[in-house]
Design a protein around this ligand. Structure first.
Ligand code: IFG
Length: 584
């Protein structure tokens, strides 16, 4: 990184002739103070037109440049920020071609070792054989060591880099897996190349001790408004794993489509699965498809949280089974984007047979402890009818041995032991939720105006919503899940989740455009200690991820908020053309 040259930015807001919202920016490089400018050498100010927002960003970046702390040590260059970093330059090490990856003789540890090898082999071209040992040693390679004396919780790890190689130690395979995600980020960005590149695979010496702040760190993909093939969902799982997220909430059912096969109610997918927003063919997951997603996620220490949204958001189910409708008449299929008009009949016992059958089959397919029952925007089911319905559904979930999650609209219903509410408000005041917490509920925090990644970054973002406002990276980053909801103690917060609703999202590239770079911001809120929370530091650490995503062929929004490096990770190679405004 070239040392920062002092830049003298003077902003001349020109006279009344300047069109509104536009200011002329003149950058007059400061003349050399020793010799002073020779009369003909004074550089002419370059006048560039810039709108006020860009102006502010340029000013902030310039100020940031001038005030930036000394260059951060590469060992701390990780997203999410690690709990404790101890650089030791005497321990710098370069991965050699003959390196071996040795793991504790435990299937889960060896699985992580194979995943590490699969991450490193393509770009390095090295064989990187995987072996096991009772006491793994780096020996100028990489050791992944299960050690139950490591006292860093269920997901913590210690990463040591010395001249003898890399050692990751953890008491669980999940900890080893997260140590591997950190190791991946400490290697040069070219490590993301799918084909061998010539590179010095240098690693900074030192020790990282790390463990997450919250146990629940998630993202949600709405596969109901638009259906996404299994392969697309697996790519999303990869993005979650890269940033140490550990829950994938799948919004499987809604007005526009039912996406999960239910043997006892087959028309839910044979009929209800054939539509989507905009009139496309929709689609659905067979039980085998869903099993592939669950297994792929579990291999990356990610728990799938299936959502069957009830009693509202059910038009697709009513198309398939009109007996569930209050008027017992099949509504027309719905491919629009309105909400709140549909609901299953809370007064009909058949409805609860339906709920028990569906949740029973989904529970059998789901190894994780959670069943999400939705509960949002059932505008025609109110008061005791609503709470009565919710309380019966909560008990069905508990009878299946699962833990119930629901949007925070469930709050007024009676508490059921272990109940979790997913809060999606847009301001921190919510007495009903705070009261439900006092009755024992815990929260997953997903503020519409900070974590809803279907919101546009800026007014010119080509897809997305804006009902909760615009969410740029700083808006996604600069808040605290632990204290966000008034009257809710941080001890009642199990974590954070970033929903991505897909009314306007129709491809993996669209998904990636909205997830990146805001998902890492949410991931850092879920993982990193509050003490490490710092926008300027996060922004600078995140900048290095642009070349990683480019090299990996991942679409992202090249927002001007982040000082993206101008050179790709591999000179001359750009695998994706990042979208969005290029930095000025
Ligand atoms: N709110 C609805 C979603 C979706 C969303 C889009 C929830 C819980 C607006 N419910 O968010 O179905 O339409 O931003």
């Amino acid at each position: 990184m070239t040392p920062r040259q002092p830049v003298n930015l003077t902003f001349a807001i020109t006279d009344a002739n300047t069109p509104p919202g536009v200011a002329a920016v003149s950058t007059t490089p400061s003349p050399d103070p020793t010799t002073g400018p020779a009369t003909d050498e004074v550089p002419l100010p370059t006048l560039v037109q810039a709108d006020a927002a860009t102006l502010a960003q340029v000013a902030e970046r310039a100020a940031g440049d001038l005030l930036a702390p000394p260059t951060r040590h590469r060992l701390a260059d990780v997203v999410p920020a690690a709990q404790h970093v101890e650089p030791d330059p005497t321990g710098d090490w370069v991965l050699p071609a003959e390196a071996v990856i040795v793991a504790s003789a435990d299937p889960a540890a060896l699985a992580v070792a194979e995943q590490l090898a699969n991450l490193l082999r393509p770009a390095t071209g090295y064989p990187l054989p995987v072996t096991d040992a009772t006491t793994p040693e780096p020996a100028d390679g990489i050791a992944l060591v299960l050690d139950d004396t490591v006292d860093l919780g269920a997901e913590g790890y210690r990463l040591g880099i010395t001249t003898n190689g890399v050692r990751v130690t953890a008491s669980t395979a999940a900890g080893l897996f997260y140590g591997v995600q950190t190791l991946r980020q400490l290697l040069p960005a070219a490590i993301e190349s799918p084909v061998p590149v010539t590179e010095r695979w240098a690693l900074p010496g030192g020790t990282i001790t790390d463990a997450p702040r919250f146990p629940y760190r998630g993202a949600m993909l709405d596969v109901a408004r638009h259906f996404f093939a299994v392969e697309d969902v697996l790519r999303v799982v990869d993005h979650l794993a890269r940033y140490k997220l550990n829950h994938l909430h799948l919004h499987l059912t809604d007005d526009q489509g039912w996406r999960i096969a239910v043997d006892s109610w087959p028309k839910l997918t044979t009929l209800g699965g054939t539509t989507e927003v905009g009139g496309g063919p929709g689609g659905h997951y067979t039980k085998a498809d869903y099993g592939r997603i669950v297994t792929y996620a579990a291999d990356r220490h990610i728990t799938v949280v299936p959502e069957i949204d009830l009693p509202g958001h059910t038009n697709a189910a009513l198309v398939a089974y009109p007996e569930l409708a209050p008027d017992k008449i099949a509504p027309p299929p719905y491919t629009g984007t309105e909400v709140g008009f549909s609901y299953v009949d809370p007064a009909d016992e058949r409805t609860y047979e339906f709920v028990a059958d569906v949740l029973g089959e989904v529970a059998t397919l789901t190894p994780g402890p959670w069943l999400h029952v939705g509960g949002d925007e059932a505008f025609k089911v109110n008061g005791e009818v609503y709470t009565g319905f919710v309380e019966r559904v909560q008990r069905i979930v508990a009878d299946l041995g699962k833990t119930v999650v629901g949007w925070h609209q469930l709050a007024p219903a009676a508490h059921l032991d272990g109940r979790v509410l997913q809060w999606w408000g847009t301001n921190g005041e919510d007495p009903t939720t705070a009261e439900a917490v006092r009755r024992g509920a815990q929260l997953i925090i997903s503020p519409g105006n900070h974590a809803y990644l279907d919101m546009k970054y800026a007014s010119d973002t080509p897809i997305g919503h804006d009902w909760a406002g615009l969410i740029d990276v700083r808006k996604a980053y600069d808040w605290d899940p632990g204290t966000h909801v008034t009257g809710v103690p941080s001890t009642a917060v199990i974590g954070v989740e970033a929903p991505l609703w897909t009314e306007s999202v129709t491809s993996l590239a669209d998904i990636e455009l909205l997830l990146l770079p805001r998902l890492p911001a949410i991931a850092e809120l879920g993982w990193s200690p509050r003490a490490t929370h710092d926008w300027n530091g996060f922004r600078d650490r995140l900048a290095g991820h642009g070349p990683r995503w480019e090299t990996a062929g991942i679409t992202f929004h090249r927002t001007p908020e982040i000082p993206w490096p101008s050179t790709p990770a591999i000179p001359g190679q750009r695998r994706t053309t990042p979208t969005g405004v290029n930095p000025t």
